[in-house]
Design a protein around this ligand. Structure first.
Ligand code: ISE
Length: 339
């Protein structure tokens, strides 16, 4: 395809608006043609900013003649219907995580894509495009460090803006990234998950279990620990350490390479700066991810995390939500991959 890829964005909350801006201003070979959101005024405002049109109905956006490809950043509950429509339309689709909210709906999407005979889905696990994580993956795959034994992840959000925030959202919406990272770096499935928690921080919402620590067992016997803390108060921190037989490697520390000194109340300080949220921490990863998606779509190809990756991550999180309630280790049983 020589013409630019005409992209429609569904959902213009924090992530969708960020992607709309990226598509309209930074991504080569793409043009933002339409945006859709049930909050019509928000959709109209984003559309007006970039000379796109707003479309009240997501299904109409997917079917529209001026939309070649779809970026889905709506809430996860809306994903199954929208993904099935994108598959039916045969349009390249980049869908933010989680692919769907539970294993059953993810299986439905997975099977629909397989039955359509043309893979169109890329799932938005952006850490796979973050330079630190990709370098780490290459180093592990080179074999230089020997077999990976352990992964330790830290994933902290400054605070959650949502007053309706619930404990299981930490597993389903935040931990899901570490689930994908573990599968990506080890190159194998997770067979069991256990979610534990200390006495919660007094600074989280009433009844919210935060922080949480999840332990994954990998198919090859590796172990993964992931701390997820959604009300750390300090800023957005994501890092990952892999421990292998002949060495270890850390991605994401410090989050940018800047070392700086500054004058503070006590006279002087040194260090870097914590970003406020994921749009800053992973700005480069999102740029690389969306550019790679656009380039592949224009070549008529599909790259990056697949519907299977989306399903497997959802299945682990579904088991994780069960473990959050019982404290028990819960096995993960995956369906057979479609032929
Ligand atoms: C959010 O939905 C994201 O996907 C962010 O990457 C994650 O860090 C955050 O915890 C989630 O709520």
């Amino acid at each position: 395809m020589n013409a630019p890829l005409r992209v429609g964005v569904i959902g213009v909350g924090m992530m969708g608006a960020d992607h709309a801006h990226r598509l309209a201003t930074r991504i080569g070979g793409a043009v933002l043609t339409a945006v859709s959101d049930p909050r019509a005024d928000q959709a109209a405002a984003v559309a007006a900013r970039y000379g796109a049109r707003s479309e009240a109905d997501a299904m109409r956006l997917i079917a529209a003649d001026d939309v070649d490809a779809v970026l889905i950043a709506s809430p996860g509950v809306a994903h199954p219907e929208q993904l099935l429509a994108c598959i039916a339309a045969g349009k390249p689709t980049l869908c933010e995580k989680p692919m769907t909210m539970d294993s059953e709906s993810s299986v439905e999407v997975l099977r629909a894509e397989a039955a359509a005979g043309k893979p169109v889905l890329q799932i938005g696990f952006m850490r796979r495009f973050d330079p630190g994580y990709t370098e780490m993956k290459a180093l592990i795959d080179s074999g230089e460090l020997g077999r990976p034994l352990l992964l330790h992840n830290v994933h902290r959000n400054k605070q959650v803006p949502n007053p309706d925030f619930r404990s299981e959202m930490i597993v389903r919406d935040s931990l899901v990234h570490e689930v994908d990272v573990a599968r990506f770096l080890f190159g194998e499935e997770i067979t069991a998950i256990q979610v534990l928690s200390p006495a919660p921080s007094s600074l989280t919402g009433a009844g919210v279990v935060d922080p949480q620590v999840a332990i994954f067992t990998m198919a090859g016997g590796g172990l993964v620990t992931s701390e997820v803390f959604c009300n750390s108060q300090t800023g957005y921190e994501v890092r990952c350490e892999a421990v292998a037989e002949r060495g270890s490697v850390i991605a994401g520390q410090p989050w940018n390479a800047l070392y700086r000194t500054a004058v503070d109340g006590s006279g002087g300080a040194w260090g870097g700066q914590l970003p406020d949220d994921f749009t800053q921490r992973f700005a480069r990863a999102y740029d690389i991810e969306v550019q790679a998606w656009v380039d592949a779509a224009r070549r008529g190809e599909r790259i990056g995390p697949t519907a299977w990756d989306g399903y497997a991550a959802t299945a682990v999180c579904t088991a994780g939500m069960q473990s959050l309630v019982t404290g028990e280790r819960v096995p993960v049983d995956l369906v057979a991959a479609p032929a």
